[in-house]
Ligand binder design. Structure first.
Ligand SMILES: [Zn+2]
Length: 306
């Protein structure tokens, strides 16, 4: 278990890459071994080499294209097509099928850090546009640890759940899945002042557990034109718990914001828990909302309302 969660920091090609390895608790080691890659057994990754973006950072080889790359125009499948390179890359875990779960660091390395889970359910593609928005314009007043996809097996299979057929966002307490354990490992490493959980296909923003979360959720929701935010909520079903609930056991008082984007395709998240809430929007609408919410996130974390 410890080996699976051994954090790996891979210096990027930027000048700040070396600074990113100074976390005293993390011993820089080699990138994921080839055995990790070869243990990946699912393959139905549609290859389209003519449109495939250049792979310029070490996380790309481990993130499958999945169907999100093909469902919608400009959907990036959670890989980086921006041309911007992160400060560094850290392995936070390994999926059930052996895929590396990566995090990328953007913005200042010192000071407050925000953790962003870009994709938790493997058939949710709209969150990729928020991932791209952050990469295109990283924060300047605080740092972001960005996990493009927490569920690379689900992304590869276009499946909501993990390869263990468990909903990772109900696994916050039991931690049956390596994906949920990776989320908790990242929480422990980063000790974020706020975590942003990106999902689809509803169309609302939720706050969980604190003043900053409420302020950020409110700013983000209004920036998107979606009105007053909701409460992100608790599962209240046996030992099941959302990941943001599980994070409270890792970092007491952990605050989170939940963003539910509308789906960008009929094939995106076709069967969410509450089908009556399901919404669809255009890619253009989601991009506009994501960029507005990114800017609201940055402004509110940098200078919370009095
Ligand atoms: Zn979801």
């Amino acid at each position: 278990m410890a080996a699976a969660f051994a954090a790996v920091m891979v210096a990027a090609c930027s000048a700040e890459g070396s600074t990113a390895t100074t976390d005293a608790t993390i011993a820089p080691t080699a990138p994921a071994s080839s055995s990790t890659t070869s243990s990946t057994t699912t393959a139905p990754v549609v290859s389209n080499t003519t449109t495939e973006p250049a792979r310029v950072d070490p996380s790309y080889d481990d993130i499958p294209e999945g169907q999100c790359s093909h469902l919608t125009v400009r959907s990036i499948g959670f890989r980086n097509d921006t041309g911007e390179v992160a400060n560094g890359y850290r392995e936070i875990g390994t999926s059930t099928e052996g895929r590396t779960i990566w995090s990328e660091h953007w913005g200042p390395l010192a000071g407050p850090q925000v953790l962003v889970f870009g994709q938790v359910h493997g058939d949710e593609c709209a969150p990729a546009f928020m991932v791209r928005a952050i990469r295109e314009r990283p924060p300047t007043e605080f740092g972001i640890w960005l996990v493009p996809t927490l569920n690379p097996d689900g992304l590869a299979d276009h499946h909501r759940r993990t390869a263990l057929d468990v909903d990772p966002n109900r696994d916050g307490y039991d931690l049956v899945t390596p994906e949920a354990r990776a989320a908790m490992h990242a929480t422990e490493l980063v000790e974020p002042i706020l975590t942003v959980h990106l999902h689809s296909p509803y169309k609302w923003v939720g706050a969980h557990n604190g003043v900053l979360a409420t302020q950020v959720a409110t700013a983000m929701s209004y920036a998107a034109g979606w009105g007053y935010p909701k409460n992100a909520g608790r599962v209240r079903n046996g030992t099941q718990a959302f990941l943001w609930e599980g994070q409270e056991l890792v970092v007491p008082g952990s605050q989170s914001v939940l963003v539910e984007f509308p789906a960008t395709s009929p094939l995106e998240s076709p069967a969410p828990p509450d089908l009556t809430q399901r919404q669809e929007g255009t890619v253009a609408e989601v991009i506009v909302a994501a960029e507005a919410m990114r800017d609201a996130l940055y402004a509110t974390v940098a200078e919370p309302p009095a």
